[in-house]
Structures are given as structure tokens and as C-alpha cells.
Design a protein around this ligand. Structure first.
Ligand SMILES: [Zn+2]
Length: 307
């Protein structure tokens, strides 16, 4: 087991340089939509701190603008963030990960598994017990160290595109609710394509932008709408995906979808009940309104690159 440090994250910069970069967020509009290059956007929300949530008028990708600096993101995922996962939620989370890995084994029985954004490492622990050769990546220093120790495997501390993995190094790459937190989801997917074996499988799960039933229930009980961006939110969502934009992102990164449907990963009983209704309604209407999406994809025959 080992923790591999990303030297570019904190070793090559002086503290004053990092402070300056944290204070200078980057606009995500300047070069057009990251997915389609479109230049026309609709503002869905404007927060108190002037950060806007924009929707591309061409491909419907929704993102926060300006984006927080890369250097500020790990601060959101400190020891406190993981406390409930490590204590009272742990038994439920073990069951959730067992359900998820058993589901994935219908697509890929066993092999070399990379969990991107592995958090505290519980999925790696569960997968290893089932015979997978496990590796993780994680931007949180606390979580990366914890995962390397408890899951007894190599964990790269940093962003996936900075990790030193070789071409075709993995049979299964998983991104469980990671893409919505990163500044460049297309760079993550393109790197996942490069490090996945030719017969490998990619799994992506993200919150569903069109989770209208959960939003309605939230509004009913809280008396206010569920916002896409809150300045004080500990867990920032920088992108919001839908059943339209997930396939577009995967295709652009060189993948072909073999299954897309609900991701039922919540451990909150009340959310599970609401989402159960949403899944049922989605089946009847053909409209994906459940709380989270899961896409299983394989490399497409023709390799494409993100410019
Ligand atoms: Zn677009």
C-alpha cells in the first residue's frame, strides 16, 4: 500500500503563489462551452457572490461560472467532510458499494480497477475483498492517505489527468459522483479512455439535473427551491449533467454507452423512497427524472480526442 503524491499540486509552488491562485478563479466561458464550443449561454441562477450557473444554448451543458481555482478545491474535502461516512454511515455504505460492484460485475467480472475520486476508500476495500486489483486517485489529502491505509492499495493524491498511469492500465475505471466536482470533466473522461484497456469498461455516475420529483419534494418541505449553486455549500457542484449531456460527453471522449439508467446510490431512506417513485415514473413516461444517472460505457472503435 502506498500514497503517491502529485508534485504539481503543492510541491512546486510557493505558499504566496498558491494564495494568489486561490483568489483568482477562472471564467469557464472565455473559450466557449467545454463540450460543444458554443458561445451562447442562458443564466439559470445568479448567486449572492455573483457566481452564475450557465446553460449552453447549443448542447445544454450546465456549469458554474467563474469556476473556483484548482487550488481551492481540496479544501472542501477535509477530515470533517468524511466523518459521517467513517462512522454512523459506514454499515449502510458497505452495502451500497457491494450492490454497486455486484451490478458492475455483469459487465466486467474482475481485473484491474481504478476508482477515480475514491474518497475515504471504502469502495476500494469492498472491491478488493471480491478479488479486484485496486488503485485509487483522490484530491483530498486526508482521504487519499486514509484510503491508501485502509484499502491497502496505491492511491494517487491529485487530479486524474496528472496521474502517471500507462495506456490501457485498467480493466474497469469508475467515477462515482466525481465529474460534477471537477473543473474539466472532458479531460477526466479523455484520460480515462487512454488508461482503459481496449476491452475495458467505464462507469460514470452523476446527479441528474432533471431530478424534478426530488426538487418538488425539497421545495415542499423546505419552502425554498433547491439551488444548483450555493456559495456556502461544502460540496461544490461545478457541472450539472443530464441524460442528454452525459452521452454527449462520453461520445466526445471516445466512448460508446452500453447502459444508461438510474444510479440508486443514496443511503438516506427518505431520499430512497422519493427516488423509487421517480424511477417508476421514468419507466412509465420514458423521461429520466430520477435523482442520479449511471452510464456504463466501453471504448468506441474510433478514437476521438478533445481539443
Ligand atoms: Zn455546449
Amino acid at each position: 500500500m502506498s500514497l503517491v503524491q502529485a508534485s504539481s499540486l503543492d510541491c512546486n509552488y510557493r505558499k504566496d503563489e498558491i494564495s494568489r491562485m486561490k483568489a483568482s478563479p477562472a471564467s469557464n466561458r472565455s473559450n466557449g462551452c467545454r463540450l460543444c464550443g458554443g458561445k451562447q449561454f442562458q443564466a439559470l441562477e445568479v448567486a449572492e457572490d455573483s457566481v452564475r450557473v450557465l446553460k449552453c444554448r447549443d448542447c445544454s451543458l450546465v456549469f458554474v461560472d467563474p469556476q473556483p481555482s484548482r487550488w481551492s478545491l481540496p479544501d472542501h474535502y477535509d477530515e470533517q467532510y468524511y466523518q459521517s461516512w467513517l462512522t454512523e454511515q459506514r454499515p449502510k455504505r458497505v452495502k451500497m458499494w457491494e450492490r454497486r460492484i455486484q451490478h458492475l460485475e455483469k459487465f466486467k467480472r474482475t481485473g484491474r480497477l481504478l476508482d477515480v475520486g475514491c474518497g475515504e476508500g471504502l469502495f476500494l476495500e469492498v472491491a478488493k475483498r471480491r478479488g479486484w486489483q485496486t488503485t485509487g486517485t483522490e484530491i483530498s489529502g486526508f482521504a487519499a492517505e486514509h484510503a491508501a491505509k485502509t484499502a491497502e492499495c496505491e492511491v494517487f493524491h491529485g487530479e486524474l489527468p496528472d496521474a502517471p498511469f500507462t495506456d490501457g492500465a485498467f480493466d474497469l475505471v469508475t467515477l462515482w459522483h466525481v465529474l460534477e466536482h471537477v473543473r474539466d470533466p472532458l479531460a477526466y473522461l479523455t484520460e480515462a479512455r487512454r488508461i482503459l484497456a481496449g476491452d475495458g469498461v467505464l462507469v460514470v455516475a452523476v446527479p441528474n439535473l432533471n431530478n424534478i420529483l426530488m426538487r418538488a419534494v425539497y421545495r415542499l418541505f423546505k419552502g425554498k427551491p433547491l439551488r444548483l449553486y450555493e456559495p456556502d455549500e461544502k460540496e461544490l457542484h461545478l457541472f450539472h449533467f443530464s441524460s442528454r449531456t452525459v452521452p454527449l460527453c462520453l461520445k466526445k471522449a471516445g466512448f460508446r454507452i452500453v447502459r444508461i439508467g438510474p444510479d440508486t446510490g443514496s443511503v438516506d431512506r427518505r431520499k430512497q423512497i422519493v427516488d423509487g417513485f421517480a424511477v417508476a415514473i421514468s419507466k412509465i413516461t420514458g423521461r429520466s427524472i430520477y435523482n442520479a444517472l449511471e452510464a456504463v460505457a466501453v471504448p468506441s472503435k474510433i478514437k476521438t480526442h478533445v481539443s
